[in-house]
Design a protein around this ligand. Structure first.
Ligand code: GLC
Length: 470
């Protein structure tokens, strides 16, 4: 392996300079954001902490990284066939999907999206799971499959403790959900109970997984070097193919597995304080405004649910300090939590890519603000710094994973709304991963709909393994 030169890393970490007509103002703004722009030494320190937390997690020692065994020990082998269902809960969309496979490859796919209102997201668990079961049975009945035994892969994109491939106990809700009475319960059982209450289909949940796992498995159908699944969406997390002998938490009997997918759950990285050295006042405020405070520290630096809010918190602070939008009426909207969503950050970032200001002006107009040229530069700079920090943090973790996997070539399968819509993340990530682990060959591929299709593929793998063991 090539020894990384931190000089190159240092150079690579520079973002576009902020140039304003008033230099004192520029200096003050840069000072506010200085802690969000990491030096090469800070990047390395984060990397060391991540590696150490991964090692502790896999050895079942206290760690903010769960390193959960998914019990998925193999990928598709080309023999899978039949009809498989998937349920995808956790991100922007909730979906039910039917996949028909022949020789391990999809030959037909039917998908339906459903809306889950805010009252179901934060209420009690029973109405939520009853609604999920209703959607499944509506879908299955519409397909005329109510009398067919259908194996289902349940993508449940929240941290669970997995006791086996089809038992997952919810650790905590994250992102936009908080039905607290489901915590510490097996969500597969909750779904089965809801399906049984209806009794109008023959659906059987054969695997629970998270969206990163679905993305890895889906990615492996596109590129056989895939060994990492990454989600950059509402939340963020990754999983990877680990050498099975390194994994201590393994409840069911082992059957000679050589590898297994590990769900890192990196959204919670730093919940035990190990990352406090990068936390800024802006992050504290973002956390305080979130649905579940003091949890999912890392996700709050990178997830699509939060980037817009971090930008808003910074812009509000600069405004209050008289460094931005001087003379504009910003008392409404911009000072209210949750008003600046991450898709708007992506649009503003697009202006930076194009060297323009159309999107920035349009977005600020919606906030009732008519910016001057310097205001525009500051807003674009803040969006860049916040987005760039997210890209770097994700890259630090990915570079560490590539080192850990230590294969000649690794493909990282990525999905998620943030990755898809942000115009700069992908390029920054390619650049930073190369700088952090020079000489490693890797590729980023977009595994579209990994959390949906991947779940049906995992159900097929689960069925195959089950049959072999019977
Ligand atoms: C949250 C969940 C995790 C999921 C990620 C991306 O971090 O805990 O399981 O993979 O969001 O959706």
């Amino acid at each position: 392996m090539v020894v990384p030169t931190d000089h190159a890393l240092h150079e690579g970490l520079q973002v576009s300079p902020l140039i304003l007509s008033d230099d004192v103002r520029r200096q003050k703004i840069e000072n506010h954001l200085a802690k969000m722009r990491f030096s090469a030494a800070t990047a390395r320190k984060i990397q060391d902490v991540f590696i150490s937390e991964m090692n502790k997690g896999i050895h079942q020692q206290p760690s903010s990284l769960q390193m959960e065994n998914t019990y998925i020990p193999e990928l598709l082998d080309g023999t899978e066939g039949g009809l498989f269902l998937a349920l995808d809960l956790g991100g922007t969309n909730f979906r039910v999907l039917l996949l028909e496979l022949a020789n391990g490859a999809p030959i037909r796919q039917e998908v339906k999206r459903y809306y889950i209102g805010p009252e179901l997201r934060v209420g009690s668990a029973v109405p939520l799971f009853d609604y999920l079961a209703k959607c499944v049975s509506d879908f299955v009945i519409a397909q005329g499959l109510q009398d067919v035994e259908l194996p289902l892969g349940f993508t449940f994109s929240f941290p669970t403790i997995q006791h086996s491939l089809d038992v997952g106990v919810l650790v905590t809700w994250t992102k936009t959900f908080n039905c607290s009475d489901a915590v510490n319960k097996d969500v597969v059982l909750l779904l089965h109970e809801a399906l049984d209450r209806r009794g109008d289909t023959k659906v059987k949940v054969v695997a629970i997984l998270n969206d990163t796992t679905g993305t890895l498995v889906q990615g492996s159908t596109l590129d056989s070097d895939t060994a990492v699944g990454l989600i950059l969406g509402t939340g963020s997390n990754a999983c990877y193919l680990e050498n099975a002998d390194r994994v201590e938490h393994w409840e069911p009997e082992r059957h000679g597995e050589r590898q297994v997918i590990i769900d890192i759950e990196w959204g919670a990285f730093g919940d035990n304080g190990v990352l406090d050295f990068i936390k800024t006042d802006f992050d504290r405020e973002n956390d305080a405004n979130s649905l579940i405070v003091n949890s999912f520290t890392f996700e709050k630096y990178i997830g699509g649910k939060y980037l817009g809010e971090v930008v808003r918190v910074i812009l509000a602070r600069l405004t209050k300090e008289g460094l931005l939008f001087v003379g504009e009426n910003t008392s409404q909207n911009l000072l209210t939590p949750g008003t600046l969503t991450t898709d708007l950050v992506s649009h503003i970032e697009q202006d930076s890519v194009d060297g323009g200001d159309t999107n920035t002006k349009e977005i600020l107009a919606k906030f009732g603000i008519i910016p001057d040229q310097d205001d525009i530069k500051v807003v674009q700079y803040v969006c860049e710094v916040v987005s760039n920090r997210a890209a770097l943090l994700v890259s630090i973790c990915l570079a560490s994973l590539l080192d850990r996997i230590d294969r000649e070539q690794v493909t990282i399968a990525v999905d998620g709304s943030l990755y898809k819509h942000h115009p700069r993340l992908e390029n920054w990530m390619k650049q930073y991963i190369s700088l952090l682990t020079p000489g490693r060959k890797f590729k980023l591929i977009h595994a579209e709909d990994g959390s949906g299709k991947g779940a049906a593929l995992v159900a097929a793998i689960a069925q195959r393994i089950k049959k072999r063991l019977e």
